[in-house]
Design a protein around this ligand. Structure first.
Ligand code: FES
Ligand code: FES
Length: 153
């Protein structure tokens, strides 16, 4: 069907076989010599929700490890998985600049116009929003004070 064709192979692959699914604990943080950050975000419209785990090196602000758990749809799982991958090795400030479009672009197959049908763009917005939430927790600031990225949904 037409909808079937609108999902990329990368989305299909990651929703079924996410690379960064799982939790991180204080023990993991201690082992890696970093700080554990846990952030939740949800989408009121569909009830989906994700939880992002970061271990951040407090001296360099570099995200050493990123994983997630999800009660989200397949697209949310694929988008959050790609987002977690994009966070690893970046500083918190660099990660905070990742937009939902960056995630969606990374999920496209080579000649795709889009990785998902338009109705599913909000799933990638949740991946962006949870980075913002994690950043506000790491920085100890109100989320409203963080800059808004350009969201396309
Ligand atoms: Fe589950 Fe639509 S929200 S199928
Ligand atoms: Fe809501 Fe995917 S349907 S996050």
């Amino acid at each position: 069907g037409e909808l079937w064709e609108q999902y990329s192979n990368k989305v299909a692959d990651r929703m079924n076989n996410p690379r960064h699914f799982g939790v991180l604990t204080e023990d993991d943080a201690k082992q890696l010599g970093g700080r554990l950050v846990i952030a939740d975000e949800g989408a009121e419209s569909c009830g989906d929700t994700v939880r992002l785990f970061w271990i951040v090196d407090p001296e360099t602000d570099i995200i050493k490890k990123a994983t997630f758990k999800s009660f989200g749809c397949g697209t949310a799982i694929a988008a959050t998985d790609m987002m977690a991958e994009m966070c690893i090795g970046k500083t918190v400030d660099e990660a905070a600049k990742i937009t939902n479009l960056d995630v969606e672009h990374a999920l496209r197959d080579e000649k795709d116009q889009a990785a998902v049908p338009p109705q599913k763009m909000h799933c990638s917005v949740m991946a962006y929003e949870v980075i913002k939430r994690a950043t506000s927790i790491y920085r100890g600031v109100d989320i409203a004070t963080l800059a808004e990225a350009d969201i396309v949904c």
